[in-house]
Design a protein around this ligand. Structure first.
Ligand code: MG
Length: 366
């Protein structure tokens, strides 16, 4: 089987709540997502998606994804898409870095591998674990009481993990954490995600002020070294996210005991092939994970679901259902949240059938 064509489609993903705000005054109102189709000479088509969290979250942006895919695609035409490691070596040889550019192509190739094998991607990643898996709900940054007031509604939708977007003014963030914690019920978990927004001294103040609160601290500062300093100071469980961009970083973090949980985002590490390596290492070492991506719609959510659902429940801290945050659906068969939980398709591949009338004409074809 050989790759005959690679196409990309652009799709806007608005939000039910109008906007999504996090540290540093960052906000997105409409996410710019790119859907990739890898078509083969057998007629089979594999699907992937890449949706950065705007241009100011990681070194990634939506137009860059499409430009990068246009650059990479000619290097892949004529090659076997289900030789996943070889495809990744070929992408790495043709383009240094830019893992997010490669992610959607890698995901589409996993979709093809599953279709050829007649097996769900989750089976190829180790097998579905149980019936479903746990999700978190991100709480966009607002005034402390407004954020806390959202918890009851999200709990009514079934969520029991709440990720507060902090990383703003440290005194306000202390209020945000305390107000949200006051709303928790037994079985709930609260995560304060600063998304790199605090300086080291601000972060130390915040973690000191919430020493008696049942809260996880996620990625307080920009650099790994700053995060490690905060980690060594706090008694709260600790998550690193933005700095975890590959396997070598995970190895370093494990050696430094830098985190209790690692946030593994598929596109941040270059696709399912790399994410699976990291997931498996973390499972072997007993490190829990939040398994997700930067953002996305139906196809990203499907890819997340296959990786999350094939992860031992004990080490899956939480995962996400981005396709429920907005009204746009573009793939039948995509996983749907059911009372705060989700499951990966049992159909071959990712189990998604893109709605071509919603995707429209490709913006790129090689
Ligand atoms: Mg995070």
């Amino acid at each position: 089987m050989k790759i005959r064509a690679i196409r990309a489609y652009q799709i806007d993903l608005p939000l039910h709540e109008g906007s999504y705000k996090w540290s540093g005054g960052n906000a997105v109102t409409v996410f710019d997502s790119t859907v990739v189709c890898v078509e083969t000479d057998t007629g089979l088509m594999g699907w992937g998606e890449i949706c950065p969290l705007g241009p100011a979250y990681l070194p990634a942006y939506a137009a860059g994804a499409r430009t990068g895919i246009a650059e990479l695609a000619p290097h892949l035409i004529g090659h076997d898409p289900i030789a996943l490691d070889e495809i990744n070596r070929r992408m790495d040889a043709a383009m240094r870095g830019h893992p997010y550019v490669k992610s959607a192509i890698d995901i589409a190739c996993w979709d093809l591998l599953g279709q050829v094998a007649g097996l769900p991607v989750a089976t190829l990643l180790g097998g579905h674990v149980g019936e479903d898996f746990v999700l978190y709900r991100a709480i966009s940054q607002e005034a402390p009481l407004a954020m806390a007031a959202k918890i009851a509604g999200y709990r009514a939708e079934g969520y029991r993990r709440f990720q507060l977007k902090v990383g703003g003014d440290p005194d306000t963030d202390i209020e945000r954490i305390r107000a949200a914690a006051a709303m928790l019920e037994p079985g709930d978990k609260l995560i304060a995600d600063a998304n790199t927004g605090w300086t080291q001294h601000d972060a130390i103040r915040v973690v000191d002020a919430v020493r008696d609160v049942d809260v996880y601290i996620e990625q307080p500062c920009m650099s790994y070294e700053e995060c490690l300093a905060v980690r060594q100071h706090t008694n709260r469980p600790f998550i690193i996210d933005e700095v975890v961009d590959g396997l070598d970083m995970v190895v370093r973090a494990v050696a430094d005991r830098a985190a209790d949980v690692i946030n593994l985002k598929i596109s941040k590490v270059g696709g399912l092939t790399r994410a699976r390596q990291i997931r498996d290492l973390c499972v072997s070492l007993g490190i829990a994970m939040t398994i997700e991506d930067t953002w996305g719609g139906d196809i990203t959510t499907a890819a997340i679901a296959h990786l999350a659902h094939s992860t031992p429940e004990r080490l899956l801290f939480t995962s996400t259902d981005f396709n429920s945050y907005g009204p746009v659906k573009f793939a039948d068969g995509a996983p749907q949240r059911v009372h705060g939980r989700m499951s990966a398709s049992r159909e071959p591949g990712l189990g998604v059938r893109p709605m071509m009338d919603v995707l429209g004409a490709p913006v790129l074809e090689v």
